[in-house]
Design a protein around this ligand. Sequence first.
Ligand code: PEP
Ligand code: MN
Length: 264
Amino acid sequence: LVSRKLKQEDTIVQFDNGGIIGAGTTSFVFGPCSVESKEQVEAVAKNLHEKDEKFIRGGAFKPRTSPYDFQGLGEEGLKILHEAGKRYNLNVVSEIVNPAHFELADQYVDVFQIGARNMQNFELLKEAGRTNKPVLLKRGLSATIEEFIFAAEYIYAQGNSKIILCERGIRTYEKATRNTLDISAVPILKQGTHLPVMVDVTHSTGRKDIMLPVARAALAVGADGVMAEVHPNPSVALSDAGQQMDFEEFESFYKALNEFKSKF
Ligand code: PEP
Ligand code: MN
């Protein structure tokens, strides 16, 4: 169902606030790794609103590698995102890790994210497919492109066609970056499916010093958007402290990426 052979036109995911993802419109999803406090989310939301951005991301249920690391604020985190989203006209993108949480999250979240670690959590995919909200599906850490497409198919098969694919890097032997961004996945997914494709430059690179050229590369190969993490004070962040941009870094990244985008 997600195949380009069955549907030639690009799927476009549209939002009430004017936000749009797909068909060559370059969309950005920025925000902190985790929701940590009202003040933190408020600061990021205000910053994004001033840029006329339409989305904010933030994790409330965090799939952490270690059980002793910060696990997220749960429903309280979703409420914080929702409040900020309402105040600043931003769609909320947040990860769901438990099939039973879609109902709860539905009142707070505009885009359900399914994270890399859950790309083949088939019960989660099916439940996402039964919702009527857009789903941002991230590629698994060691998923092939074919497996990634099948994961999207699981969602689509349940009746939800609003799916955004997100390439976020895969695991290889290379240690210079956190993951290896599979840049060729973007045109392959665009050719093979009719779904929007975004690139997460934070989790793929894990390096702020190369985020801009990598984001440019993503747009150059046809990505419909870019995701990146921004935090008011990354040094005290409760997750991914080393890779989130502070506002100053974000400002120059944003400006340069928009200049690049306007050349297309
Ligand atoms: C995230 O975007 O918050 C995240 C955990 O990313 P990923 O699932 O790609 O690791
Ligand atoms: Mn993160």
